[in-house]
Design a protein around this ligand. Structure first.
Ligand SMILES: [Mg+2]
Length: 214
């Protein structure tokens, strides 16, 4: 890790739970999934929610880690495109998220030295909307959303495509996310540096890692 700040060129951020944390948004996303499960089966949303949660639990026990919501939906026969259309239509981040000046300062100081990217299981319209609400959309070179190859994280083929598209050796990347198995394990297996964040204040760890704090 010596001189990592010199070899680093590209920082790849997860979005939801990483650059912002808000129960209102995550609840609405979960609610859309519950509704889709219910509608497809002629059940109430409450019953749909029970099926969603038990399927998530089953997948978690099989894999030993919390599965991405896209994966739970796929297991229940919901097409990824259908799920994302419903999210686009019904999730309203504008009800919950505001300009975040702390985040702006953290990211703009990184953007002076490195190229910043988003790599998210969320869709392009929602990702764009969320970044604009937070006031940080201009700081990213490119947004890798579900539309990039329709393969939700964790997925080694999708990761490969993202890395090839950005370009560079493992030591030129840093991945930042809130879920170890989904965001960070696949890049870590390729020898890429990672930072786990639990709340947006943890983003300061990046500055510490890079020696940008005085
Ligand atoms: Mg996340």
């Amino acid at each position: 890790m010596t001189n990592f700040s010199n070899t680093l060129k590209s920082i790849i951020f997860d979005l939801d739970g990483t650059l912002y944390v808000h129960e209102g948004v995550s609840d609405e996303i979960e609610q859309v999934a519950c509704d889709l499960v219910a509608t497809g089966r002629g059940l109430t949303t409450f019953q749909g929610g029970r099926i969603l949660r038990s399927t998530r639990q089953k997948l978690k026990e099989e894999a030993g880690s919390e599965p991405a919501l896209s994966l739970v939906c796929a297991e229940l026969g919901i097409e990824l495109a259908e799920f994302h259309q419903a999210l686009q239509d019904r999730v309203r981040p504008e009800c919950y998220l505001n300009n975040d000046t702390t985040l702006q300062h953290l990211l703009s100081s990184l953007a002076e030295r490195y190229n910043l990217f988003i790599y998210s299981n969320n869709n392009y319209p929602l990702v764009q909307k969320i970044l604009a609400l937070l006031g940080v959309e201009h700081l990213f070179s490119r947004l890798y959303t579900i539309e990039f190859c329709w393969r939700p994280k964790p997925d080694s083929e999708a990761l490969e495509q993202v890395l090839n598209d950005i370009g560079g050796p493992p030591e030129s990347f840093l991945f930042v996310g809130d879920r170890q198995h989904i965001d960070l394990l696949p890049p870590a297996e390729r020898g890429i540096a990672t930072v786990l964040v639990r709340q947006t204040d943890d983003l300061l760890q990046i500055h510490k890692l890079l020696g940008l704090l005085h």
